[in-house]
Design a protein around this ligand. Structure first.
Ligand SMILES: Cc1ncc(COP(=O)(O)O)c(C=O)c1O
Length: 277
């Protein structure tokens, strides 16, 4: 397994989680952003010789099997709601690559009673701008507090549009919005006062839900990471210390085993070709 990630653009603990494993898990820090990592992966898939030579397959979140697994938590969440809420349910999804949102739409297409979704992004707002003016115009990716959503060319967006088309759902029923870092911080404080310690991604989803929920609707927002995964940022914003859950604590002091590459396909290709069978 080879994992690419943008150097210095994920949280230190996030990096520890998967870059300390070793064995047959190779991690490569790319000197660029998430979009550059995705472009390298796509280049690898366009390289027939490489694909054949190493039996290339993808995961996270290009591979549909990742989305299939993500469908389950929508069913789990809805199963915990009172029956009345299920008739008027609005789900707000923090979105970067739009994998979670695609999984939610797949859950709805399987029959899960979700009235509508809200696609919530940070300042990397290609999709909210597209939904408001019909123009697909990605800007350069900018670094934000919700760094797992720092994606300006989301891979799963074509799947979202295709699902709406096939199911005859009107795209304008999809709620959307982009939340700045300042508003994200204020919203984390708001959630803290309500007794919920949130990391920045979930706070963005909550913010748009609370701003856009209509009378009679019932809201649900996704938060897909423990706040300690973004410990430094969350502690600085909320001014409190977070305990590490066991799985994170075990890895926090291990050595990083990552390679460091430029965003250069030739270098990646050479590395992949040299991997042992
Ligand atoms: C904590 C968190 N929230 C939200 C997202 C966005 O999910 P997606 O890329 O499927 O839109 C991610 C993606 O890695 C994430 O790590």
């Amino acid at each position: 397994m080879v994992i690419l990630y943008p150097r210095g653009k994920i949280s230190p603990l996030q990096e520890k989680l998967f870059c300390t494993l070793g064995g047959n898990i190779h991690t490569i820090a790319i000197d660029s952003d998430f979009d550059a990592c995705q472009a390298l992966v796509k280049q690898a898939f366009d390289d027939e010789e490489l694909k054949q030579a190493i039996g290339l397959n993808s995961a996270n979140p290009i591979n549909i099997s990742r989305l299939l697994a993500q469908i389950c938590y929508y069913f789990e969440a809805v199963s915990q709601l009172p029956a009345a809420a299920r008739q008027q349910l609005v789900v707000s999804v923090p979105s970067g690559n739009f994998g979670d949102l695609t999984a939610g739409l797949l859950a709805k297409s399987l029959g899960l009673p979700i009235k509508r979704f809200i696609a919530a992004t940070n300042a990397n707002d290609t999709v909210p701008r597209y939904l408001s003016n019909g123009e697909w115009a990605p800007n350069p990716t900018v670094a934000t507090l919700s760094n797992a959503m720092d994606v300006s060319q989301p891979n799963n967006w074509p799947r979202v549009e295709e699902l709406f088309r096939r199911k005859n759902w009107a795209l304008p029923t999809l709620g959307f919005g982009a939340v700045s870092d300042d508003v994200t911080k204020a919203t984390m404080h708001e959630l803290e006062a309500l007794g919920y310690t949130s990391e920045p991604h979930a706070a963005i989803a909550y913010r748009l839900l609370r701003d856009q929920l209509q009378p009679g609707e019932f809201g649900l927002f996704l938060g897909t990471a423990h706040p300690a995964k973004f410990k430094e940022g969350v502690e600085a914003i909320l001014g409190k210390t977070l305990d590490l859950p066991e799985a994170l604590a075990q890895r926090a002091d291990l050595e990083l085993l990552s390679h460091n590459f430029a965003p250069d396909f030739a270098q990646l290709r050479q590395f992949l070709m040299a991997l042992p069978e």
